[in-house]
Design a protein around this ligand. Structure first.
Ligand code: SER
Length: 314
């Protein structure tokens, strides 16, 4: 079958790399990049681009009518830290954006839909170590609340209408191609930029704050593998736990020092993001994804660090 793939939120940290990869697999003309902002990279020249505000139902409807997508990736969202600065907008965008797309996916018979969730669905009373797929979930950020509610809607649309929707609870995503989007885990990207530029970094998370993370190459591969997996293998219709590695700022700094021996890590005074990080898991149990669709990360801390430094140096 000829695929027509729409990626909403194509200019973000994930979208930038996902569009490139999908275009490699399916052909430039078959992957439609969509964003509310003008793309400032070659995505626009390589294939179709549409200005889309996911909250504008008419524009969104026109998009579905024009392309009749077989697959839709909905990536537009406000992340954890930015969301706390504007809780109402975060709820509106994250929730109503999803509901708008779910409705249109049904109406236009989209074969497969992808929507990302996050480790932010867990909260202070979730188990911190090797957090399981099913446990207490009491998110206390508006981002986490919207992601947990979104997961329930996804499962509801699958059970009630048979919509083939797939999702991953991403940990912190580390990448060098596009800037991160205002999350709590962004320190793990800034640290590389500053290590190369200044030889030092001031972390807004404390030395021992351990969080689950993943290199973007793994995240993109995992996402596409999940979307390509046979329908009957997908046992989770809310969102899959997934992880690559876990580390603290101190451990990451030690790894960076293997390449930049004089790298200095300092810490800022109190930052609101510390409280968010403290409510999240330290590590994730992703055995369900391993079982269902053979998930396996390729990047550990040392391999990721080498790759980040090589690419950022260029
Ligand atoms: N990286 C995201 C954030 O920090 C987690 O989903 O908001």
């Amino acid at each position: 079958m000829l695929e027509k793939i729409v990626v909403i939120g194509s200019n973000g940290q994930i979208g930038t790399e996902l569009v490139t990869e999908l275009r490699k697999n399916y052909g430039d003309g078959n992957v439609i990049a969509c964003d509310i902002r003008r793309p400032d990279y070659d995505i626009k020249n390589a294939g179709p681009f549409e200005f889309i505000n996911v909250l504008d139902k008419d524009i969104l409807n026109q998009l579905f009518r024009k392309y009749k997508p077989t697959q839709v990736y909905l990536l537009a969202a406000l992340l954890s830290a930015t969301g706390e600065q504007n809780p109402k907008l975060a709820w509106d965008l994250n929730m109503n954006g999803l509901l708008n797309v779910l409705e249109l996916a049904l109406e236009y018979k989209t074969a497969r839909l992808y929507w990302p969730s996050s480790i932010a669905v867990f909260g202070p009373n979730s188990p911190k170590d090797k957090t399981p797929q099913y446990c207490i979930m009491d998110p206390n950020t508006v981002y986490g609340i919207s992601k947990l509610a979104g997961e329930r809607w996804c499962e509801y649309y699958f059970q009630r209408y048979g919509l083939d929707i797939r999702s991953i609870r991403y940990p912190g995503l580390i990448s060098w191609k596009a800037a991160p989007g205002g999350g709590t885990t962004d320190y793990a990207i800034h640290i590389f930029h500053d290590a190369l530029k200044k030889g030092s970094y001031q972390s807004f998370l404390s030395a021992d704050t351990e969080l689950p993370m993943m290199y973007m190459d793994d995240a993109i591969r995992g996402t596409i593998e999940l979307m390509d997996a046979p329908k009957e293998k997908i046992n989770i219709r809310s969102s899959y736990n997934l992880t690559g590695m876990s580390f603290t700022p101190e451990v990451l700094a030690e790894e960076i020092r293997k390449h930049i021996p004089n790298f200095k890590l300092g810490y800022t005074e109190y930052d609101q993001r510390q409280a968010i990080a403290a409510s999240w898991p330290k590590s994730i149990n992703d055995s369900q994804a391993q079982q269902d669709w053979n998930w396996k990360p390729e990047f550990n801390l040392s391999k990721m660090t080498v790759d980040m430094l090589i690419n950022l140096k260029k």
